[in-house]
Design a protein around this ligand. Structure first.
Ligand SMILES: C[S@@+](CC[C@H](N)C(=O)[O-])C[C@H]1O[C@@H](n2cnc3c(N)ncnc32)[C@H](O)[C@@H]1O
Length: 391
């Protein structure tokens, strides 16, 4: 079921994702999977995220920051390590892209990292509905005051900002050059991308969407692909059998290039579920291209447009075309490398000391042990990839 249209700023009803796709197909012919995702998730006012679809226990899916504050506490430790490695710069700018409702930022703040006085934390979130929630639990500063002003002249030192941590919220990546970290947890899996299918004749066709008799609903079809793209697909998944499908990253590659350009020094850190293109080809497409709604698996991607999340396992080998990552770990290993075990041990000790009191501190300590299990679960979040590109 498509959600009811919501009025935009002018008071007019915003077109639904389906309306937008129908209009586009009528004018341009079949559209690719990238256009479907763009409309379904981000159509102004009516796309799944644009209308406020979100992570969390009361939301539509659970991410590592939403499991509890432990993930943010480990990220805070990693931020300190990277800050020191950069020579304790002030300001130290952390850009969290795809920040959702701001849960990770809240946990990082609560962990009180050593870099806090130098820290400017920029929450970047495309959805206005989710951006509107950033101020609920964070003291937001206007971007012009939080971000270091560009020096008027190349020889000028940037003006000193007020003591941190400063939090600010933007709709897109800030302009660089900045010194710090660009971090994205489960962003890339939600960015528009194309999908190809191996044809019986051995070539590739693109999954696209069209209309029958010029009327909705949109239906799936296959359209030809150019030789260059087909050759790249052969390179990624040479053994793909007829009918097998692969994701082809588009917006994620642009995002990664732009994220790297934001930094003069620092690192881009991406956390997401992923595998190689060849591994994904070998699975049924419904295994790596999923829809979610209220924590349940949803229908096909082109059904219930705007009412369900559409997400894909990220083909990590394709990211290498932008730059080879310096770090490629599973999340469990990465969390342990950044101090997870010590935090859990603290939790265990506190629980042992305070269990009989049953107070908030005891409950938080017990919850930390459970959070660690979820975050390192090898059949779940623990198997996510953490990729880092140093600058
Ligand atoms: C799966 S959610 C992850 C939210 C959060 N990072 C977490 O782990 O709970 C992906 C978020 O990225 C946002 N998003 C999508 N494209 C974006 C872009 N180009 N820039 C910033 N945010 C974007 C979506 O609106 C959505 O809130």
């Amino acid at each position: 079921m498509t959600p009811p249209p919501s009025p935009d700023a002018s008071g007019l009803e915003a077109p639904s994702p389906e309306d937008l796709l129908v209009e586009r197909i009528r004018r341009h012919g079949p559209v690719g999977f990238d256009a479907l995702v763009e409309a379904a998730l981000y159509a102004p006012g009516t796309g799944f995220f644009a209308a406020g679809g979100r992570a969390g226990r009361g939301g539509d899916f659970i991410t590592s920051p939403e499991v509890g504050p432990l993930f943010g506490a480990v990220v805070a430790r990693a931020l300190d390590a990277w800050w020191h490695a950069l020579g304790d710069p002030d300001p130290f700018v952390v850009v969290e892209a795809g920040a959702g409702r701001g849960t990770l930022a809240v946990a990082v703040r609560a962990a009180a990292p050593a870099c806090a006085p130098a820290l400017t934390y920029v929450l970047v979130e495309r959805s206005p509905a989710l951006r509107a929630r950033h101020g609920e639990h964070l003291p937001l500063t206007v971007p012009t005051q939080a971000l270091p002003p560009a020096p008027a002249d190349e020889d000028d030192e940037p003006a000193a900002a007020a003591d941190g941590p400063r939090f600010t919220s933007l709709a897109d990546l800030p302009a660089g050059p900045l010194t710090g970290v660009v971090l994205a947890n489960e962003l890339l899996d939600n960015l528009p991308l194309r999908v190809l299918e191996r044809s019986a004749a051995g070539g590739w066709r693109e999954v696209a969407y069209t209309l029958v008799d010029d009327r909705p609903p949109v239906v799936e079809c296959l359209v030809p692909v150019d030789d260059r793209l087909a050759a790249r697909a052969d390179g990624w998944a040479p053994a793909a059998a007829p009918g097998q499908r692969i994701p082809v990253l588009t917006d994620a590659l642009d995002w990664l290039r732009r994220a790297m350009e934001v930094l003069d020094r620092g690192r881009v850190v991406v956390v997401d579920y992923g595998a190689t293109t060849a591994e994904l080809a070998a699975r049924p497409a419904t295994g790596w291209l999923r829809t979610f709604r209220g924590h349940e698996r949803g229908g096909l991607a082109h059904e219930d447009l705007g009412a369900q999340d559409i997400t894909v396992d990220v083909p990590v080998d394709q990211l290498v075309s932008v730059a080879r990552p310096d770090v490629d770990d599973d999340q469990a290993t990465w969390l342990r490398d950044h101090g997870l075990d010590a935090l859990v041990e603290d939790g265990r000790r506190t629980w042992a000391e305070r269990a009989h009191l049953g107070d908030l501190e005891a409950m938080k300590a017990r919850s930390r042990v459970r959070e660690a299990e979820a975050l390192t679960d090898p059949s779940g979040l623990g198997a996510f990839r953490v990729l880092e590109w140093g600058r």
